[in-house]
Design a binder for this molecule. Structure first.
Ligand code: ASP
Length: 303
């Protein structure tokens, strides 16, 4: 067993891993490492797909999804929560201080206030300006004046998924995202759905996802990855199993939309890791044996 280890999605995962690793190497449990690693990304306004500074929904409201799960099958999640900067910590409160698994919307917000979370305006000037450009581009039949170049916004959603194993071999995982930019008000993605965006089986391993949430919900992808590891696949093979399933189910959409992306990361009890995606471009960060490194994930759809 090679522990501790932290694996997380995208290049901002490198920074999340740094914090997680500091805690793990100091003897902290994996749950604290996951939560605090995710804070780093949630707190950064320059990351426009997570936490503070996340791009808003079509009504210009920033709504966040997050989940957390530990090695004992404890789990908690929040969907479509507003004005709270660290939804992963609200998810942890749901897990530790209620009999429920998921709270959503206004109820989740009020629950957070009851636990002392402070309301914050999550919409930065940058995200507001981007929303305006999107709004003005929508139609030439309304009174908003466009069009603008939106090329920089082709990729307007990502999730931080962070999986960690501590020195005692205990595995936890967490996710956090502002979901799809311009989503319909009330939309909840896959990230807070246990089994879809995140799954941990303490005896086997953990998985998390990023990409088109609807596609992942349909195949309950993270559960599929962990179950495949239970059936003796390596984390890499298990991620590929879920990606193959997603491609099978969504071949038409993938063909029609070159931005259609879905990806998984996985970690098993032996400290082995893996990652796979539909398309080229997905990267994940692994901190292991004292080295924090970014990897290009294998992709299974030839474009
Ligand atoms: N899976 C997220 C969602 O659908 C977005 C992403 O990770 O790209 O909300």
């Amino acid at each position: 067993m090679s522990a501790p280890v932290a694996i997380s999605t995208w290049n901002f995962g490198l920074r999340a891993n740094e914090t997680a690793w500091k805690l793990l190497s100091g003897g902290s449990n994996s749950l604290d490492a996951v939560e605090q690693g995710i804070w780093v990304v949630e707190d950064d306004p320059s990351i426009t797909s997570i936490g503070y500074g996340g791009l808003p929904d079509e009504t210009m409201r920033v709504t966040l999804d997050a989940a957390i799960m530990d090695w004992r099958m404890n789990c908690g999640a929040v969907g479509c929560i507003e004005k709270i900067k660290n939804p992963v910590s609200v998810a942890r409160k749901v897990m530790e201080r209620t009999n429920h698994v998921m709270l959503s919307g206004k109820g989740a917000y009020e629950f957070a206030l009851a636990h002392g979370f402070k309301p914050v305006d999550l919409l930065t000037d940058q995200s507001r300006e981007t929303w305006l450009r999107w709004k003005e581009n929508l139609s030439d039949k309304d009174n908003w004046v466009g069009p603008h170049d939106m090329d920089d916004l082709n990729d307007n959603h990502d999730t931080i998924g962070l999986l960690a194993m501590d020195k005692k071999g205990r595995i936890s995982g967490g996710t956090s995202t502002s979901g799809m930019a311009w989503k319909i008000r009330g939309r909840v993605g896959d990230s807070p759905i246990i089994g879809a965006g995140l799954y941990v089986d303490g005896k086997v391993g953990a998985a998390a996802s990023t990409g088109v949430g609807e596609a992942n919900m349909r195949i309950v992808g993270s559960f599929l990855v962990v179950e495949s590891m239970k059936n003796r696949q390596t984390p890499q093979e298990a991620c590929e199993t879920a990606i193959k399933r997603a491609i099978e189910v969504h071949s038409k959409q993938i063909k029609a939309d070159k931005e259609f992306q879905l990806a998984y990361i996985a970690l098993n009890k032996r400290g082995e890791v893996g990652g796979a995606a539909i398309r080229k471009g997905f990267q994940y960060a692994v901190y292991q044996d004292g080295i924090n490194k970014l990897y290009d994930a294998k992709y299974l759809y030839a474009q």
